[in-house]
Design a protein. Structure first.
Length: 146
């Protein structure tokens, strides 16, 4: 049976997964690791939702393993419960390169946006080239027209 679509029409696991996939692959390139440690490392990047939604990370790890981008093995040595260690594969490294290229293009777009935003709205979001909305105005007029 299909699960209901959450408000906003997005599966939070897939949204988080899309955003963290490159970071997860990068951490696995650094060294093989297990789920809980990867969740902690992703939180260090500033992904605040990850520690509260670990199932999304494990779902992504399963999908990456099914696609051949990562492989896993159980470590039963030592004290405590067995841990499933994940490591990046050759196809995973290729996927990481692809995702890094996407993030670089996104970074360039964000930089262009921030430059234009600062020019129009001022560096602190104040009034730069934007006329403040007057009482009753339906829209904000932007100097330069773009």
């Amino acid at each position: 049976m299909n699960e209901p679509i959450p408000p906003g029409g997005r599966d939070p696991a897939s949204t988080i997964g899309r955003n963290i996939e490159a970071f997860l692959l990068l951490e696995l390139l650094r060294e093989p690791s297990y789920g809980y440690d990867l969740i902690r490392r992703l939180a260090d990047y500033g992904f605040r939702r990850v520690p509260n939604e670990p199932a999304a990370v494990y779902k992504l790890l399963r999908a990456l393993e099914e696609s051949g981008a990562i492989a896993s093995r159980w470590d039963t040595e030592g004290s405590g419960p067995a841990r499933r260690y994940y490591e990046i594969t050759g196809p995973g490294i290729a996927l990481l390169h692809e995702r890094a290229g996407h993030l670089d293009r996104l970074r360039l777009r964000i930089e262009r946006f921030m430059e234009r935003y600062a020019a129009l709205a001022g560096p602190a979001g104040g009034v730069g080239g934007v006329r403040e909305r007057a009482e009753g105005d339906a829209a904000v007029t932007v100097r330069g027209g773009r």
